[in-house]
Ligand binder design. Structure first.
Ligand SMILES: C[S@@+](CC[C@H](N)C(=O)[O-])C[C@H]1O[C@@H](n2cnc3c(N)ncnc32)[C@H](O)[C@@H]1O
Length: 281
């Protein structure tokens, strides 16, 4: 599993560039790899745009902004003041949320050791790290030990509401691996007065369009492994989340929140769902 996890890391460079290109990130988080990958896929994107076919960027932007929105609501309603973003890659969310919420928010970005080290270096060199914003090495698949989520959770304040975020991760793991990971998240979140899990997920329903199947194949080649679609419907995903201990789960569709977000629904945007799940603390 460690090998397949490491194979996923290059995609973080691509998404990192995408966040920057769309005004969501800081130039310090752009890497040469991201720029290169982006350049390589640009002709395909232009063709897809011209043909009105689904694009990768459409659902990437939808998921990113929807997770931002759900996290913003949870912070503003006082439910969350600590965030662990698992598999944060080169995402700007930690930096953006710390800029907005300052000392009221502790934000821990976590990723496999190489990526965490690189992210930490990029943020530090650009002077973007502020108190209460850390980048730490973590393996989302570790049950115990120094890289495990439970070890990291032990360093948080047990009296503060806490969110765990995964973005662009679950569809790279098979169903038993995802269930195991969700179980660990539920257990950890159960130790705080409020526990919130936010993630994107692609279901089988809504991902059978020819253009999207093509992208799935492309992505699978990119990460040298399969992209997994675990659940047919939203209800099945909700049942699985409950089974893992993440009760009160809802899946939101970009279409349903497009107005609230001022989101232009480009073809392909609605291929993703965003999970909002709370633990029954
Ligand atoms: C598609 S990228 C997404 C990055 C970021 N969340 C975003 O949306 O821009 C996937 C990320 O998952 C990380 N990753 C893969 N396996 C992991 C694991 N077992 N534990 C923690 N992070 C992992 C990779 O290093 C990479 O940064």
């Amino acid at each position: 599993m460690a090998r397949s996890s490491a194979a996923i890391s290059p995609t973080a460079h691509y998404t990192g560039y995408t966040w920057y290109e769309h005004g969501l990130s800081h130039p310090a988080l752009v890497t040469p790899q991201g720029r290169l990958m982006h350049g390589a896929l640009k002709p395909l994107h232009m063709l897809a745009n011209m043909a009105g076919a689904p694009t990768l960027q459409a659902f990437l932007l939808a998921r990113h902004r929807m997770i931002d929105m759900a996290l913003t609501h949870a912070i503003e309603e006082g439910r969350v003041s600590q965030v662990i973003e698992v598999a944060a890659g080169l995402s700007p969310r930690g930096w953006r949320f710390k800029q907005r919420h300052g000392d009221r928010l502790r934000y821990i970005e976590a990723d496999l050791p190489d990526m965490a080290q690189r992210k930490s270096q990029l943020l530090r060199q650009a002077g973007l790290l502020t108190p209460g914003h850390e980048v730490v090495p973590l393996d989302a698949l570790a049950d115990e030990g120094p890289l495990s989520l439970s070890a990291l959770a032990g360093t948080l304040d047990p009296a503060q509401g806490t969110a765990i975020i995964t973005e662009g991760l679950v569809n790279y793991f098979d169903t038993p691996t995802v269930m195991g990971m969700w179980g660990r998240f539920a257990k950890v979140l159960g130790g705080f007065p409020h526990g919130l899990y936010l993630s994107d997920i692609h279901l089988i329903q809504g991902n059978q369009h020819a253009g999207i199947t093509g992208f799935k194949a492309l992505l699978s080649t990119f990460v040298k492994g399969r992209v997994h679609l675990h659940f047919d419907t939203e209800d099945q995903a909700i049942q699985a989340l409950r089974q893992a201990g993440l009760e009160h789960a809802v899946l939101r569709a970009p279409k349903a929140v497009a107005n609230e977000l001022g989101l232009a629904l480009q073809p392909g945007a609605n291929a993703v769902r965003v999970i909002e799940a709370r633990t029954p603390n």
